[in-house]
Each structure stands twice: as C-alpha cells, then as structure tokens.
Design a protein around this ligand. Sequence first.
Ligand code: BGC
Length: 381
Amino acid sequence: MKAIAVNRTGEAGRPHLDGSDNDTIHLRTDVAEPSLEEHPDGRGVLVKILQVGTCGTDREINRGEYGQAPPGNEFLVLGHECFGEVLEVGPKVKDFKPGDLVTATVRRPGTGVLDRMFFHDMTHDDVYFERGINLLHGFFCERIVEHESFLIKMPGHLKEIGVLSEPMSVVQKGIRLAYFMQQARFPDFHPRKALVTGAGAIGQLAALALRLRRVEVVVSARTPGPHRKAELLDHIGARYVATEGANMAEVLESEGPFDIIFESSGSSRVAIAEAPFLLAKNGVCIWSSISGGDGKCEVRTDEINQAAVLGNQLFFGTVNAHLIDFERGVRDFEHAMEHFTGWLPQLLTNKIDLSQATDRDAPREIIKPDRDGVKAYVNLV
Ligand code: BGC
C-alpha cells in the first residue's frame, strides 16, 4: 500500500537515520495492508483514507525536531488529520457501517490511570502515543484499521470540510476548558472580547468558535493585509490586526484588555512575553502553540506575576483533544454552515493530489511553506 513517511527513529532532536538534516519525507509503496484482525475484540474498522490535512507538526517531524517512529521501524508514516470512509467493520462493531464518513482522534491510551479512563489527552505519562506523530504510524496511507472507540462519524453534508475536524478539535478543547474553568471561578462569567494570536488554520477556527459564542474577536499576526487570511476573518465578523513583527502588546494596547486570549501564533515570545499584557483582570489565556525551537527573550516577569495574582488571571496549556471535542467541533461546523455559509471550505486553500504519484520525492510539496495558504490537504487515493 502507498504511504507518505519520514525516516525517523530515536529521540526527537537526533539526526535523521540516514545521517542527513535534509527533508526525508517520501512516498513508499511497501507499507503493509492493515487488517481487522489487529483488534481481536472484533471492534476494528477498516477505513479508506480520502484526505489528510498537513500542519506545522508534520514539518517539525520531517526536520527531525519532534516525533519518533514506532519501535523497530525506521520510518514513521506521517499524518494526523484524517478524513475517510468506512469500508468494512469487525463483527462486534456497533456504531459504524460501510459507507459512513469518519475522522479519528490522534492520541492513543498509554498505561496511566487517566488513560484507562479514556482521558489520554490529559495523560500523566511522560511517553505518549500519537498516530503520525509519536510511536504510532499515521493516516497518510491508503487504508487504516482503527478501533471504533477512536472514530467519530461525520454527517454527509460536512464531507467537503471533514478534513478540518482534527485542528477544530484542538481549538474546541482549549475553549471548552477555558469556559469550564472560568464558569467555575466566576458565576457571572460572560466574555465580551477575545484575542486570537495567529491567523493560520487554528487561529481561523478559534476565531470562528468564539464568534459562534457571540464574542467580539480580534486576530493578530505579523503580515499586513489585505490578504486572504484577513478577508476570511472579516467574513465572520472578526477583526485582523497586523503586528509586522513589533511587540504585540504595544500594537494592540488600545484594543485590549481581552477576557480570553487564544494563543496560536507559534511564537513563545508572543505567548509568554507579550500576550499576558493584553489579558483582562479575571481573564483566561489558552496556550496552544508548540514552539519546537530553543528561543529565548527577556520577559517583564514582575509585571506579569503581579497582574496575574492581583487580577485572578488564568493561564493554561492545552494539547490534543478528547473525543467529545471532535463531537463539539462537528456541532460548531453545523452552526458555521448555517451562519457563515460557504466560509469553512475556503479554509482549504491548498489541495495536493498525490493519487497518481509514483516519484519517491513527490510528497516534498507537502512541507513547502505557503504564507498565504490556510490549510493544505492531500488526496492520496
Ligand atoms: C496535533 C495534536 C497533538 C500535538 C502534539 C498537534 O499538531 O494537532 O493532536 O497532540 O500536535 O503532538
């Protein structure tokens, strides 16, 4: 079976297997067909992969900064944002049938107590298992077999945007936890203004989710508009402000303070040294970007500390998503289709068709950055 993989082994930060620092993303044709027998409880589901989304994490894995291949493997099949169609189900499968459209969660349970309670997105374990990222092969192949408990059904009318489910789930988890914790802390919690940092797919989806909750939204990123990302935000009533690389806290001083900050800029400086200065008293800051490098900067720690304590502020990190976040994402997609008709499909800016590809280097296109693009996705079949 065809698959897109990287040469990856050992711990993150170590060089690629072939000793090079170069891109090792490649097409292979020797990946074993998955089998329903992999799930002896009879609850396996065979899925034909229709589309797989790509993101910065794939680029980091390709560069060797992050992720590991499954033990004993010299390559890792990439892909953690999938959308597919059920081909066949095991004898004990209850909730799926051939023809159903599905997406899958990314992380799989380890051994910890929370993992056993199906909260593996919040695992206490140091080692985590994520399809296409860490220790498990991903979805960039023609077919997968998955246990039904990790699949989510997508309604047929969301077929066009099903591949956005995984990034949406990450957004949903951050917002769900922020609202949950704020409602516990403040009986009158009623956010008015939010700031989203970063205008990529996560930033756009976070802006959408907050607009659907009737929050006023400002989105900041570096590049001055007009451009596609700013126009998209305008369509959902969010306002784009460019920082042009200047200190975000200074550029946005007159816009703030914000009751919610959804941080998805990819810059630890923005997250740690700048965003806190824009957070309102009693506000919540959701850190969602994973900055893979070793960046350093000066931080006005006394001021941040004092405002956080005197202002009852909440800062928290969030990664991955629970099954319920995928389900909440489906609900928001449905609302968005109603309120902002035609908007979601416009996030799918770059379609990469590898269905006919035979060249080993063909997948390199996937990791090429495109500043104007929002979400790239790949057709492999
Ligand atoms: C994925 C998450 C994953 C995280 C850390 C992100 O790109 O969307 O599902 O948990 O990387 O590996």
